[in-house]
Design a protein around this ligand. Structure first.
Ligand SMILES: Nc1ncnc2c1ncn2[C@@H]1O[C@H](COP(=O)(O)OP(=O)(O)OP(=O)(O)O)[C@@H](O)[C@H]1O
Ligand SMILES: [Mg+2]
Length: 314
């Protein structure tokens, strides 16, 4: 199951991604991916090192994932939205090809920071494209978790990335700005049939909860109190989930059980992968590669686990 944490800058995406990843690790394998321009997830998780960034090995990733799919002639003609087809290498959550480091039972992967020499946001999008490729080729099942800490604001909606998840948690502080981002996201989510739930954060009073409820209604799933334990974590003190306030542990439980309860919809996943690939091909990729990339779509390929075993061997 895949989940992304999105929201306004500073709302708590990284904090809640890291807490959720640790919490979920007690229930199954977890990959946590830092896909933010400012890479903080490793720090908050207490990772001893930074793994090699996925954004720096896009060609190798493409080469690996295209396998012997005859519709993708080389890594250079594979773009972030190129969908898998027969012959593509489909991966599982524990695929060792993707560099990671282990911390607290979580496998951390990173896209890499926004470098000085990245000209314009488009370049950062190509780094995040590594995550899109990873998720497009991943066959995950119940009790396996991919947690992605996203860039602030509506950036993830600039690509198809936001349709690659089973659920999106929108972290919102009880402020007008916090709920403002929700409105923006709600529209995109509705247009693409993407499940989104609001997670309140830094709640200090019942009035804060009422405020959120008044603005987001039933989309408010749960909330985290303003936490002394999180502050201590931020100050670099030793931290375990046992230090967390009971209400906040309970909120983590709600996040996990809600994600677990989401039905997997591979048909929609495949349909949207193709939809976004066609969009990207027409908008820029055909021109960039100098070929009609819609020919990469394999009409016989079926997304999901049933054909993965048979499909990957071909
Ligand atoms: N429930 C909480 N209680 C106390 N402090 C919190 C809580 N949640 C987050 N914080 C603090 O708020 C600050 C911002 O949190 P965080 O870095 O997780 O936000 P973010 O959304 O990832 O920010 P950015 O947009 O910069 O990536 C941090 O100092 C963090 O420790
Ligand atoms: Mg962050």
């Amino acid at each position: 199951m895949r989940v992304a944490f999105v929201g306004k800058g500073g709302s708590g995406k990284t904090t809640l991604s890291s807490l959720f990843a640790r919490y979920a690790a007690a229930h199954g394998p977890v990959v946590a991916i830092d896909a933010d321009i400012n890479q903080h997830l490793g720090l908050v998780l207490g990772a001893p090192e930074t793994p090699p960034p996925l954004g720096g090995m896009l060609t190798e990733i493409k080469e690996y994932l295209r396998g012997d799919n005859p519709r993708i002639k080389d890594a250079a003609s594979m773009v972030k939205t190129t969908p898998p087809g027969r012959g593509s290498r489909l991966i599982t959550i524990d695929d060792p090809f993707f560099p990671s480091c282990r911390v607290d039972g979580v496998r951390l992967m990173v896209t890499g920071p926004f470098a000085e020499d990245d000209l314009g946001v488009a370049c950062y999008h190509s780094k995040v494209g590594a995550v899109e490729l990873y998720l497009n080729h991943l066959i995950d099942g119940p009790g396996e978790y991919v947690v992605v800490d996203m860039t602030a604001g509506a950036d993830c909606f600039a690509s198809g990335l936001f349709t690659r998840f089973d659920l999106i948690y929108l972290v919102a502080e009880p402020t007008l700005q916090g709920v403002g981002v929700y409105r923006q996201f709600q529209q995109y989510a509705a247009d693409y049939d993407v499940a989104i739930s609001v997670v309140g954060n830094k709640i200090q009073s019942p009035g804060d909860v009422e405020f959120l409820r008044a603005h987001v209604g039933d989309d408010l799933l749960t909330w985290f109190e303003h936490s002394a334990a999180i502050r201590a974590l931020e100050q670099g003190r030793p931290f375990t989930l046992d230090d967390l306030e009971p209400g906040n542990v309970q909120a983590l439980g709600v996040l996990l059980s809600t994600l677990d309860a989401r039905p997997k919809d591979w048909e929609k996943f495949g349909r949207q992968a193709i939809e976004f690939h066609i969009k990207n091909a027409k908008a820029w990729a055909n021109r960039a590669v100098g070929a009609d990339l819609t020919a990469q779509i394999d009409p016989e390929f079926v997304f999901g686990p049933t054909l993965s075993a048979a499909g990957s061997g071909r």
